[in-house]
Each structure stands twice: as C-alpha cells, then as structure tokens.
Design a protein around this ligand. Structure first.
Ligand code: AMP
Length: 281
C-alpha cells in the first residue's frame, strides 16, 4: 500500500500499535538498490510491519547539487521494495512535507561540522530536519540506516538521544558490488570508465585497514598511503580522507580505540563516499 499523506500515515501506525504490532521504518530517497533492500530485509526480520519512505528531500541538497536530476524510478522502486518485504511505502510530496510557511529546522552541533559537513554546509541540517519529520510521521519502534552514510547515522543517533525521540536506531553493514564499490543511487551517474575508477575508494580503504591490522597506528602515514592510491587515478579528486573517532567524529592522530576511516572523492562530477570501521586494539 502507498500512503501519501502524513495524517493517514500517523493513523495507520497508531492503529497497528493498538493491536501491539511493531513497526520497522526504513527512510530512503528512492532509486533503490541492494543497500536499501538489505535494510528492508533486516526490518522485515525484526518487526511485524515494515514501512519504507521515499522522499527526495530538497533541504539536504546544496544549490549546485543534483536535486533536479536525482533519479526517481518510482514504479521500479515500488516493485523492489515490495519484493524485499516492505508493507507500506510512505511517499509524501514536497508540499506535504514543507508548507509555504515552513520555518523549523533541527541543528545538531559539533558532529555535523567535519567530514561531509565541511564541504556540504547545510546538508545535515536538512537531513536532521527531514528525519525528525519522518519519525513524527512514522512513529516506529525501530529505524534502519546504513553504515555507508556513517556521519549521517551518528548525527541521527545523537539527535534521537538529545531530543528523546522514542525510536531505536539500527545500523546495517555497507552493501558493495563485486568489485567492492559501495552501492549508491549516485553510481548510475558514472560512465563505464568512471565506474572502473570508482573502485579506488574501496582499494584505499582496504590498504588502510590492512595497515591498521599490521599494527600501524599513525593516521598521517595511513592517510598519505590512501592519498597516493586515490590520486594515481586521473578521474578522481579527493574531497577528504579522514580518520576519526567512531563516536565523536573528531580527528585522531593515533588509532587506539574504535575509529572510522572515511573518504569522499569526486569521480568526474559524481561525489562518492565510503568508510571502514577499524579498531586499534
Ligand atoms: P539514501 O536513499 O541514499 O538516502 O539512503 C537511504 C538509506 O540507505 C540510508 O540509511 C543509507 O545509509 C542506506 N544505504 C545507502 N547505500 C547503502 C549501502 N551500499 N549499504 C547499506 N546501506 C546503504
């Protein structure tokens, strides 16, 4: 079933909860791939009802970003979502989500500033705002997010705790293609040649992970190695290569506890991100 109105969505969830059904929620922007489907399948296992939302949120795109051309293959998405086990597709229009009088935003502070926040200044304000609105429209027991967007899910966890939003955030592993490239709706922008170059993100992360495993803790050394691998690729332009604390997202000099190695790289005009979680001890 497709639900387009917030009030109807809320009523549906209320009615289900009255009969003690649990709701698992998977927010997406559509253009579904195996990464999204893995979240639906996980939600299917852990809940009675699975709701997936499709909403391309204008407030998280910068003025020069790809909002207008973001892929919207709605019919195909519905089929894929159903086949993976979604019961309800929540599909609100832009006006349903943002009235002309709209003026309320959620601003998570420190952890939004680095990594992707540095080159996409209002991005996480848009994400935190839309996710809060979606949580109010679909008040679920559990919500499912991918580790692929590591900073995003840390921000959402912070926000849920800070604002006492009664939902459990479940983080799901990154789904990759055979060549290691993390699945992303934006991969379809890549030409064949770019698609081949795009594996340099994964290659650099694997080399970094192996360095950590062999006992190397010095993040400058690891980042230099990663720069070398990515920059040897003439189609690739680095936005950032960072190693941060897995909780605070602050840069670390030595990998001691749980850290995240995160990269953002332009392949031609397409900006791709990826990450690996590592442990120093
Ligand atoms: P998006 O439609 O890009 O906003 O993504 C919706 C959700 O799917 C987010 O929680 C993403 O982190 C997650 N996701 C996107 N790509 C992947 C992937 N390759 N593996 C796992 N989760 C993913």
């Amino acid at each position: 079933m497709i639900i387009r109105k917030i009030k109807l969505m809320q009523k549906y969830v209320r009615d289900q909860r009255r009969t003690s059904k649990t709701i698992g929620f998977v927010p997406t922007m559509g253009a579904l791939h195996e990464g999204h489907l893995s979240l639906i399948r996980r939600a299917r296992k852990e809940n009675d009802i699975v709701v997936m939302s499709i909403f391309v949120n204008p407030k998280q795109f910068g003025p020069k970003e790809d909002f207008a051309k973001y892929p919207r293959p709605f019919k195909k998405d519905i089929e894929l979502a159903k086949s993976a086990g979604a019961d309800i597709i929540f599909y609100p229009g832009t006006k349903e989500m943002y009235s002309e009088e709209y003026q309320t935003y959620i601003d998570v502070e420190k952890i939004t500033k680095g990594l992707c926040g540095a080159s996409r200044p209002d991005h996480f304000r848009g994400v935190a705002t839309v996710v809060t609105k979606l949580f109010n429209a679909v008040p679920a027991e559990r919500a499912y997010f991918g580790q692929k967007d590591y900073q995003q899910v840390r921000i959402i966890k912070r926000m849920v705790e800070d604002l006492n939003i009664p939902v459990k955030i479940v983080i799901c592993p990154i789904v990759r293609g055979k060549d290691g490239l993390a699945m992303s709706s934006r991969n379809q922008y890549l030409s064949l040649e770019e698609r081949r170059s795009a594996t340099c993100l994964y290659e650099a992360l694997q080399v970094a992970k192996a360095m950590v495993k062999s006992g190397i803790k010095d993040t400058v050394r690891i980042k230099n190695e990663m720069h070398g691998i990515i920059e040897s690729n003439f189609l690739a332009k680095i936005d950032y290569v960072e190693i941060v604390d897995a909780e605070t997202l602050a840069s670390v000099e030595k990998i001691q506890n749980k850290a995240v190695i995160a990269v953002a790289v332009f392949i031609g005009k397409t900006r791709l991100i990826d990450n690996e979680i590592v442990r120093g001890s």
